[in-house]
Design a protein around this ligand. Structure first.
Ligand code: 4AD
Ligand code: MG
Length: 453
């Protein structure tokens, strides 16, 4: 394995023989020597190389243009320049791959829209390098959070026959060719199948055996909402806990978000500082605030009251009994409470069948965590564990009981109160980086009308 710039820059003493393999960010020529800024994506910082005209390989210096790949051998010495501890005095220069004048990342300051059109090159920029390093670190932090608490990681299926959320937003998976006499029983699996919208139902099976579990994988939704917060393919983390109620669920959700925020600040300090400087000036302040205070918890009915009495003009009027719109969610968390806010006990009619019915018969133990800048980042619930009420819920939501017999069995054999939630990984990344469009925190976004790369 080669030594990465991140480690070269962390050196504690000079080193006479360092080999860097990286891409050229910039080159400046002076009389008798050149400066090369090299970056290999291992960290935000470039390694500055000073190349004397007498260095072997210097005869090709004009080809060391922005975007070219190179191997530079040299001596690591303290840098007299401001803001960098080390620089490399080259002893040998090798050009690996040229990048001609058509290389699109010549200049800084491209729009996010343009960068999406070159998603094959954008990870080579400062911003996208930082975002995807953060994404990687946080994926690891998710596992660390749950593994250190003895949650078992379960791989739930990507192809499924059941619609967990009941919202009818599933992508069909089929090998049928669209002939007039096609029937589901002739299809590959002998019935209609889809890409999963959630691993929750299968997650519940495992929680009702292994106690505390989590899933972490891709989920798919064919909702035609072309917003900055919706993707057709996104990653979700879904913990599920046996012998747990709604309060325990809200506690875990809050602890989880705080732990990930803390992890990002501790393990990606340079990239987080970069976001704070160039993406969202209020970021660090906001994250500190999130870490230090308990989240606000408010029942849905009270939240609706607050919205109705706010005197604020919303594009969509607040309708008691209906779903909160994203503008309502953002008003609650950004303007009213000025804090991450957990709204719970939603009307039964607007939430999926699996949520536990409260004693009032009208509401269910649903909870959504709303955060400033994003709105909903987590949706969860205590699950209905009583067989008769689950049956009534399925009838209420017009589901076919035969399709969910295995789900009902969990209530028939040793049923337990249990609860869990789903956190949208991209939405969390947006919250922690200040990046305002979901298309910019996922390597290759899938959104209505767009599946490039
Ligand atoms: O609220 P949702 O639909 O909840 C569920 O799927 C439950 N089965 C989770 C559970 O209880 N185990 O989705 C959970 C989260 C949302 O809060 C949001 O952060 C994210 O998933 N999400 C999306 N993220 C990006 N694009 C979309 N189209 C999303 N839809 C949901
Ligand atoms: Mg939701």
């Amino acid at each position: 394995m080669r030594t990465l710039i991140k480690h070269i820059l962390a050196a504690t003493e000079p080193n006479d023989s360092v080999v860097v393999k990286a891409w050229v960010r910039t080159r400046r020529d002076s009389k008798g020597f050149s400066f090369l800024e090299l970056n290999d994506g291992s960290c935000l910082a470039n390694l500055q190389c000073v190349v004397d005209a007498a260095t072997p390989g210097y005869e090709h210096i004009l080809q060391f243009t922005t975007g070219a790949s190179a191997i530079v051998t040299g001596k690591l010495v303290p840098s007299p320049a401001q803001g960098q501890k080390w620089e490399l005095h080259a002893t040998k220069l090798e050009l690996i791959g040229i990048a001609d004048a058509t290389y699109p990342l010549q200049k800084k300051g491209h729009t996010p829209e343009f960068m999406r059109s070159i998603a094959h090159l954008r990870p080579r920029s400062n911003l996208y390098g930082a975002i995807f390093r953060l994404r990687s670190k946080l994926a690891f932090a998710v596992h660390e959070f749950f593994q250190s608490r003895d949650f078992v990681y379960v791989h739930t299926p990507i192809i499924t026959a059941s619609d967990c959320e009941g919202a009818g937003e599933m992508f069909r998976v089929t090998t049928l060719k669209g002939k007039p006499d096609d029937k589901p029983e002739h299809d590959f699996f002998g019935k209609k199948t889809y890409l999963t919208v959630s691993g929750q139902l299968e997650g519940e099976i495992f929680a009702c055996a292994l106690s505390n579990i989590y899933t972490f994988g891709p989920t798919f939704r064919a909702e035609n909402s072309n917003t900055a917060r919706h993707a057709a393919e996104f990653w979700m983390i879904e913990p599920e806990m046996a012998f747990c109620d709604l309060a325990g669920d809200m506690d875990l959700a809050e602890l989880f978000i705080k732990s990930l925020a803390k992890y990002a600040l501790e393990h990606c300090p340079e990239d987080m500082a970069f976001f704070g400087k160039f993406v969202d000036k209020g970021l660090n302040e906001r994250l500190k605030f999130v870490l230090e205070r308990p989240f606000v918890r408010v029942p849905y009915a009270d939240a609706v009251d607050i919205l109705l009495k706010s005197g604020k003009k919303f594009e969509y009027p607040v309708a008691p009994g209906q779903n909160l719109q994203s503008e309502h969610e953002r008003f609650l968390t950004e303007e009213h409470f000025k804090s991450p806010t957990t709204v719970f006990n939603y009307p039964r009619a607007i939430k999926p069948f699996y949520m536990r019915v409260n004693d009032d018969g009208q509401t269910v133990t649903a909870m959504d965590v709303l955060v400033p800048g994003i709105g909903e980042v987590i949706g969860g619930a205590q699950r209905e564990e009583r067989p008769d009420i689950l049956a009534a819920q399925m009838a209420f939501h017009q589901l076919t009981p035969a399709d969910y017999s295995w789900y009902a069995d969990l209530r028939k054999y040793g049923t337990v109160p249990h609860a869990g939630f789903g956190l949208g990984f991209e939405r969390l990344l947006m919250f922690l980086s200040g990046v305002s469009n979901i298309r910019d925190v996922i390597p290759f976004a899938r959104t209505p009308g767009s599946a490039e790369f």
